[in-house]
Design a protein around this ligand. Structure first.
Ligand code: MN
Length: 238
């Protein structure tokens, strides 16, 4: 069974359940681990949600609404995702994870959606985690479209006050909200590198986004079977 590294966050259970349902073993990682060692032993990387990436990492000073993330988490996750992309390890990036991916590739973020001048939609919805907040229009032909289609417009949950502004190198936007906020991006040159701004893991009981996790784990499984550079593949297990 492929192993998926899950970055440290405050609510890991739904990420772990979604990965398990899709047929992989979740491997929660700790901030004091070596990124190189972590990636040597896994078949995919899941970047989880959380508080804000330090805007100094993309050359800005913090907005008053800045919510600082756990000390060391920015550097740890940026190092992890750069290494994962360098070794073509499958990456699924969720919410903050998409923002980490974007900053790691040189992009910038909208620091606080409610403070933007053009009156964007509310993206930080109250209610249970699966509360549907707005729709997203998915770009036809993208990796994401193959996994969340066939509908081009999907209702999603939304618990973020930041979003991608300028895309990082190699990333393309693959979904937008009706207000134009980027809700997903991927790296077409990578085997599997998909980021979404919503929280598909919260739907692991009801299945709305099972295919997204299935596609990610299938990419991890392919790596697992072929061995490549992952630690588990080399052991010859199937
Ligand atoms: Mn949203």
């Amino acid at each position: 069974m492929p192993i998926v590294a899950i970055t440290p966050c405050q609510k890991p259970l739904d990420y772990e359940a979604a990965v398990r349902r899709a047929g992989a073993t979740p491997r929660p990682v700790a901030l004091d681990e070596s990124p190189a060692d972590v990636l040597h032993g896994v078949d995919g990387l899941l970047l989880t949600g959380g508080d804000d990436v330090d805007p100094a990492l993309y050359g800005e000073s913090p907005h008053p609404a800045f919510d600082v993330a756990e000390p060391g988490r920015d550097a740890f996750e940026i190092d992890l995702v750069r290494r994962a992309l360098d070794s073509n390890l499958p990456v699924l990036a969720i919410c903050r994870g998409l923002q980490v991916l974007n900053v790691a590739l040189g992009g910038t973020l909208i620091q606080d959606i409610p403070s933007e001048p053009d009156g964007l939609l509310p993206h930080d919805a109250d209610g249970p985690p699966t509360t549907l907040a707005h729709t997203v229009t998915v770009t036809p032909g993208s990796c994401l479209a193959a996994l969340v289609g066939p509908d081009e417009t999907r209702a999603v949950n939304s618990r973020h006050h930041q979003a991608v502004r300028a895309l990082g190198h190699g990333l393309v936007a693959t979904a937008t909200a009706p207000d134009g906020v980027i809700e997903a991006a991927e790296v077409p040159a990578a085997r599997f590198c998909v980021g979404v701004q919503w929280h598909p893991e919260n739907f692991h009981r009801t299945g709305e986004f099972d295919r997204l996790f299935d596609g990610f784990v299938e990419a991890c499984r392919t790596r697992f079977r072929t061995g490549e550079t992952g630690g588990t593949g080399r052991t010859g297990g199937k």
